[in-house]
Design a protein. Structure first.
Length: 76
């Protein structure tokens, strides 16, 4: 896996995502979520909202990097 740039910030980011997923799994097993309607006109669970939030954050981050001349460290 030398083609991947496993720097400390990259490892911390993916480690944080793994911890969030483990925490959400534990939370779901202890207290199953009830689908509800929120801001979007669709029925979502906790995991759905987490996924939508992570995906939206990634797209927003790419948009800021693409539209502005900021470096990755400033855009983050």
């Amino acid at each position: 896996m030398e083609w991947m740039a496993w720097t400390t910030p990259t490892a911390l980011f993916f480690g944080g995502i793994a911890l969030i997923l483990a925490g959400m799994t534990t939370w779901e097993l202890r207290s199953p979520s009830i689908p509800r309607r929120g801001f979007l006109p669709i029925s979502t669970t906790r995991g759905d909202r987490l996924f939508i939030g992570l995906l939206g954050s990634a797209y927003l981050h790419l948009l800021v990097i693409g539209v502005t001349g900021w470096s990755i460290w400033v855009a983050s």
